[in-house]
Design a protein around this ligand. Sequence first.
Ligand SMILES: NC(=O)c1ccc[n+]([C@@H]2O[C@H](COP(=O)([O-])OP(=O)(O)OC[C@H]3O[C@@H](n4cnc5c(N)ncnc54)[C@H](O)[C@@H]3O)[C@@H](O)[C@H]2O)c1
Ligand SMILES: O=C(O)C(=O)C[C@]1(C(=O)O)C=C[C@@H](O)C=C1
Length: 361
Amino acid sequence: MRSALVVGTGLIGTSIALALSRRGIEVYLRDADESAVRTAASLGAGRTGQPPQAVDLGILAVPPARIGVMLAEAQREDWARVYTDVGSVKALVHGAAEDAGADLSRFIGGHPLAGRERSGPLAARADLFEGRPWVLTPGPTTSRDALNQALELVSLCGAVPVVMDTDEHDHAVALISHAPHLVAALMAARLENAREESVRISGTGIRDLTRIAGGAPELWEDILSANAPAIAEVLAAYAEDLRAAVDALHAVGGDDAEAAKRGAADLADLLRRGNTGHARIPGKHGAAPASYTGVPVLISDRPGELARLFAAAGSVGVNIEDVRIDHSPGREAGLVELMVDPTVADRLATDLAAAGWTVQS
Ligand SMILES: NC(=O)c1ccc[n+]([C@@H]2O[C@H](COP(=O)([O-])OP(=O)(O)OC[C@H]3O[C@@H](n4cnc5c(N)ncnc54)[C@H](O)[C@@H]3O)[C@@H](O)[C@H]2O)c1
Ligand SMILES: O=C(O)C(=O)C[C@]1(C(=O)O)C=C[C@@H](O)C=C1
């Protein structure tokens, strides 16, 4: 691939454009919102303006409901040789593209399973897709050229291609992305009118569980509507489990000793199922989930402090696998947990402490 056009320079489009530009691809940017294009260009994601001729790959990174019609229009105006999209649902996109009269042989559906709870070009990151699954949904008529260009895109973004059919994809994301998003929103919505005294003491648990509830409501309304039946099926299963959990809790808190025992066993069973399900979620690069050890370090709230801490870990040869930051508003310090291989955790704690960092035990 030599050239690409990204339509929709928000979080995902700009992240892709940044990754491609860094790999030397000539990237053109387009968006209905002029300021989004200008911002993306100023970040180094590519150039504004019309490409002089059709580019190798057109990447449609707009909300799912817009993709089908946009593909047909792009093909009529010959923006690119072949196209892919990044929409979070796939059957609707393929159906809408067909209804709009698009040439499906020059299109392959795509969906990177990476994102953030923030929108727009300023939230973009060139490394957003590193090691993440990127689903491709070729149809019966998809050309070899479209498949190859999409595979090259995935590889240039550092992601891992996974081929699926559209229905299989939509059922899978209902379970692992869309229903969880709704539940996160339900949990966060409970805080809307909660007492300030309660919300103030929120810890990392509720923060982790509700992070994605911060996503843009317009985009998520579009995504959820486009995959509604599959999501409703998953929610109905949650509802059964919730009913059982409520019954178990009532029994545990009641006067009947036998019922309380059964209720406790039901709760334990649910929690065990949770452990098993959680353990199945793949870790980085699609590998089996690794268990890392956290090294908690207290840092002051000064610009550059985090970068200095990462550099300190790097200088003693330790790879940081993940990081959690607990930043309490109004405090001058934050707690950073460096997640590392268990075999190097003690050495890292000792070396950081020796270098003057406040490592918590
Ligand atoms: N947010 C995520 O975590 C995530 C992850 C993977 C895939 N996706 C998918 O990526 C796509 C984009 O999501 P995002 O999070 O980048 O959203 P975003 O809101 O950050 O960006 C979308 C951009 O599309 C532009 N746009 C909308 N309609 C347009 C049109 N008709 N013509 C030109 N530009 C138009 C908007 O102005 C905006 O700049 C969606 O299809 C979404 O389902 C999102
Ligand atoms: O990490 C996040 O913030 C996301 O919302 C990412 C996430 C996901 O559910 O994993 C959300 C929607 C996309 O279609 C793909 C990825």
